[in-house]
Design a protein around this ligand. Structure first.
Ligand code: NAI
Length: 327
């Protein structure tokens, strides 16, 4: 089968080529959108990523080109118009779980870096500055951590934070019995937020969760908290976060995802003028740490992503049940 890959980087080519045995793979650096969709001409499958545009218009154009399956090489699918795919009889598959450890551990990396300021210490020492001034952190042991979304990633994150000696509280639509048995308390959001020193987001982006962190919910949080988002940028109202940082209510912000990341992340823009004033404002705070959607980026996760995506397409080609089908 001929597969068009969009938004590809060198590592996509490397991992997919390593595990492909039977398909013709065509790699495009371009993001999938209405302008680039014709690149999929003569392909039966499209392989897309988190910031590709799969709205109704693009899906219709893909159907017109003869595309039968969209294989998302990621877990989230908030960028896919599922009713449109269903209408045009295009199957959509994904990689529901590759390495929950990769993302959970990245969330912990953000916490540790923001807290102990190792990124600043690294630069200082390299310049011969051995001063500790302004590098004060806090013990994680005994702190209260709130976890919003306790699915595969949230669950691993809960385990890790318990290992640090934290008290872990959780909010999810469904309480996780295994976590409850480990002493994690599930609470309504309004009761969880005021108690937490650290809040980490691990729920998907849906109509219900869009801007789940906004000026009202910031108002419920403890002054001085740390907020971590490795899930999807749209969970946080960025302007509200900037305001909370300016007042000092939000003392630390660590994000691997950003509301308007589509035009920024995964690209080297170091010689460009960045027009997004919100990210520039966020970058100006000394207590904000931004990584560009690298939570998934481990060898184990890239291997799983390539293997599962190719298996999804193999199953489709063989007329087998699609275990990772979204629609
Ligand atoms: P999952 O589907 O296993 O878990 C999601 C959890 O969120 C479920 O327990 C679900 O009940 C809960 N949830 C859904 N709606 C909710 C709501 N309104 N309020 C509270 N909880 C709600 O997903 P998984 O694998 O744990 O991934 C979580 C998210 O992490 C993904 O949706 C994706 O956006 C993000 N992600 C980020 C990556 C990165 O590189 N930074 C990589 C992979 C995933």
């Amino acid at each position: 089968m001929k597969i068009a890959f969009f938004s590809t980087q060198l590592y996509d080519k490397e991992y997919f080529s390593r595990y492909n045995t039977s398909h013709e793979l065509v790699f495009f650096e371009a993001q999938l959108n209405e302008q680039t969709v014709t690149l999929a001409d003569s392909c039966t499958a499209v392989c897309a990523f988190v910031n590709d545009v799969l709205n109704a218009a693009v899906i219709k154009l893909l159907a017109g080109l003869g595309v039968k399956i969209v294989a998302m090489r990621c877990a989230g699918y908030n960028n896919v118009d599922l009713p449109a795919a269903q209408f045009h009889n295009i199957k959509v598959v994904r990689v529901p779980a590759y390495s929950p450890y990769a993302v959970a551990e990245h969330a912990v990396a953000l916490i540790l870096t923001l807290n102990r300021k190792t990124h600043k210490a690294y630069n200082r020492v390299r310049e011969g500055n051995f001063s500790l001034e302004k590098l004060t952190g806090f013990d994680l042991n005994g702190k209260t951590v709130g976890v919003i979304g306790t699915g595969k990633i949230g669950q691993v994150f809960c385990h890790i934070m318990q290992g640090f000696g934290c008290r872990v509280l959780a909010f999810d639509l469904i309480a996780n019995k295994e976590l409850e048995a480990r002493g994690i308390e599930f609470l309504p959001l309004t009761r969880l937020l005021p108690q937490c020193d650290i809040i980490s987001l691990h729920c998907p982006l849906t109509d219900q969760t869009r801007h789940i962190i906004n000026s009202d919910t910031f108002g419920l949080m403890k002054p001085g908290l740390m907020l971590i988002n490795t899930s999807r940028g749209g969970l946080i109202d960025t302007r509200a976060a900037i305001h909370a940082l300016k007042t000092g209510h939000l003392r630390y912000l660590g994000i691997d995802v950003y509301e308007q990341e589509e035009k920024l992340f995964f690209h080297n823009l170091s010689e460009e003028i960045i027009e997004d004033d919100d990210i520039m404002r966020l970058m100006s705070f000394p207590n904000v740490l931004i990584t560009s959607h690298q939570g998934f980026f481990t060898d184990e996760a890239l291997t799983q992503i390539a293997q599962i995506t190719l298996q999804n397409i193999n199953d489709f080609e063989a007329g087998m049940p699609l275990v990772n089908k979204i629609v």
